[in-house]
Write a protein of this length. Structure first.
Length: 313
């Protein structure tokens, strides 16, 4: 690929998802029988890269993933899966000292889920990864970040890409117990929390557009340039620091919400990389997230561009 090829870079986690289907999510101390299980690609960094790559098929854009996997079977599985989506894996390091991350996921009959993650190699991402991937960070038109890798690395990656003129999108998941560092806040172009993350960051539960608007002002005051609050079936609120707006949810029948947020962020990155204004980009992203809830899996739930355009129409 030429250095002038538009690049969307995801810098973040790679997991293998072990997913079970249950009638209801287990309570503490309860043992349940599941109807089936699947093994697939996951981790927010990988999910967002895979979803963006699927959307960018038949376009000039390149999508790459920087992060760490183990040299184990799961690591080979993850790299092969990413390549099958069209993700460039040259920035993805095979770590001989740490195993590939895994996520244990339970999904109930309503599509709700609970997830336990073992970070493993993801938590070893550090200075060496930033140095090794500096050309990719410098070239990225849009950088997708999440919080399943060490905070210091995420903040440094954001600063590097923003200094080079790229757009930085942060999905603040999972919200850490410690405050986000100032270096990170000042290098976020678009922050994309869901309802739970918005509450943890602001103390406001955004159940209405008005509450989301209040929370957005708090987040903007912290330093991010724009905020997009994902409210699930209630819709999406955005604010670019000057004006804001609400986008109603798309009417779909959800069966699995695992990948919705990641597909939303991928869609937002793709739309912004193509020069769409924020309101239009958020509507495109909302369609991506809605479609992801209509099928099972994480990365595998990512929609195609034709599917998104059909829903938008």
């Amino acid at each position: 690929m030429s250095d002038t090829t538009p690049l969307i870079l995801s810098f973040g986690s790679v997991n293998i998802d072990l997913t079970v289907r249950v009638k209801a999510l287990p309570k503490a101390g309860e043992t349940l029988h599941a109807s089936n299980y699947t093994i697939g690609l996951g981790g927010k960094g990988a999910n967002q890269a895979a979803a963006a790559a699927r959307l960018c098929r038949q376009t000039p854009a390149q999508v790459a993933l920087a992060g760490r996997i183990g040299t184990d079977h799961f690591g080979a599985f993850a790299r092969d899966a990413l390549l099958s989506f069209g993700v460039e894996t040259a920035p993805l390091y095979s770590d001989p000292e740490h195993p590939t991350g895994i996520a244990l996921i339970s999904v109930d009959q309503d599509g709700e889920n609970c997830i336990t993650v073992v970070g493993a190699a993801n938590m070893a991402v550090g200075t060496a990864d930033l140095e090794q991937n500096s050309p990719w960070l410098d070239r990225a038109r849009v950088l997708l970040l999440q919080l399943e890798c060490p905070l210091a690395s995420v903040a440094a990656a954001a600063a590097r890409t923003r200094e080079a003129g790229g757009v930085v999108i942060l999905d603040p998941a999972p919200v850490p117990t410690e405050a986000l560092p100032a270096l990170l806040w000042q290098n976020i172009d678009v922050l994309t929390p869901n309802e739970t993350e918005t509450f943890l960051l602001t103390g406001i539960q955004p159940e209405t557009a008005e509450q989301a608007a209040q929370a957005a002002q708090i987040l903007l005051h912290k330093g991010t340039q724009a905020v997009v609050i994902k409210m699930g079936g209630r819709g999406t609120y955005w604010h670019d620091g000057i004006e804001g707006g609400f986008i109603s949810p798309f009417k779909v029948v959800p069966i699995d919400t695992v990948a919705a947020g990641d597909c939303f962020n991928a869609g937002l990155a793709v739309a912004l990389s193509e020069g769409k204004p924020l309101p239009e980009a958020v509507r495109f992203a909302s369609a991506c997230g809605a479609l992801a809830t209509t099928r099972k899996g994480a990365a595998d739930a990512a929609p195609t561009r034709n599917e998104v355009q059909a829903l938008l129409a």
